[in-house]
Design a protein around this ligand. Structure first.
Ligand SMILES: [Ca+2]
Length: 168
């Protein structure tokens, strides 16, 4: 059996923010003056840092997730969904706890006990800004969605046999 250096690499790339970072007051002003218009995270200037923190938290888990799903789909396409809540308070208080999820889709070529995988992630962030004075009702303001989307590619090689593999 051939041996390999197992690896799954997720594309490393910065996402671009499109404006100066919003202050807490900017988030509140939009609540009172924005008429509920949705805001992209990149508009608030925080997407790059949120994506970087998220990827550093979940990257290794994602690689194991890909290996597990790929093993069930030799010489086929594979995909799976995921989402969870992440604390981004350290980056931007007004976003705080936020839902990030997505889906990966890929192909798995199986040969000589080795799986060669490649594919794409589609990520989303889904949040809402509401009730800034925390009294349980919306006075004079309009809650607004805070969302964004980004993608990453991945590729790698792992052993098909999980007992031989460091992924899974
Ligand atoms: Ca939030």
């Amino acid at each position: 059996m051939p041996s390999i250096n197992e690896h799954i690499d997720i594309e490393v790339a910065d996402v671009a923010d499109s404006g100066n970072a919003w202050t807490s007051q900017d988030f509140v002003d939009h609540y009172y003056n924005g008429g509920g218009r949705g805001v992209a995270v990149r508009e608030t200037g925080y997407l790059r840092n949120i994506v970087a923190q998220y990827m550093s938290e979940v990257g290794e888990r994602m690689k194991n997730h890909i290996a597990r799903i790929a093993r069930g789909h030799p010489n086929r396409t594979f995909s799976d969904d995921f989402y969870n809540t992440y604390d981004m308070t350290g980056i931007v208080f007004s976003i705080g706890d936020t839902t990030i999820g997505g889906r990966f889709t890929g192909t798995c070529v199986s040969e000589f006990g080795i799986l060669t995988v490649s594919g794409q992630f589609e990520f989303y962030l889904n949040d809402e800004f509401a009730d800034p004075i925390d009294i349980g009702i919306e006075l004079f303001g309009d809650p607004y969605p805070i969302t964004d989307e980004w993608t990453r590619s991945f590729s790698g090689q792992v052993y098909a046999d999980p007992s031989r593999s460091s992924f899974g």
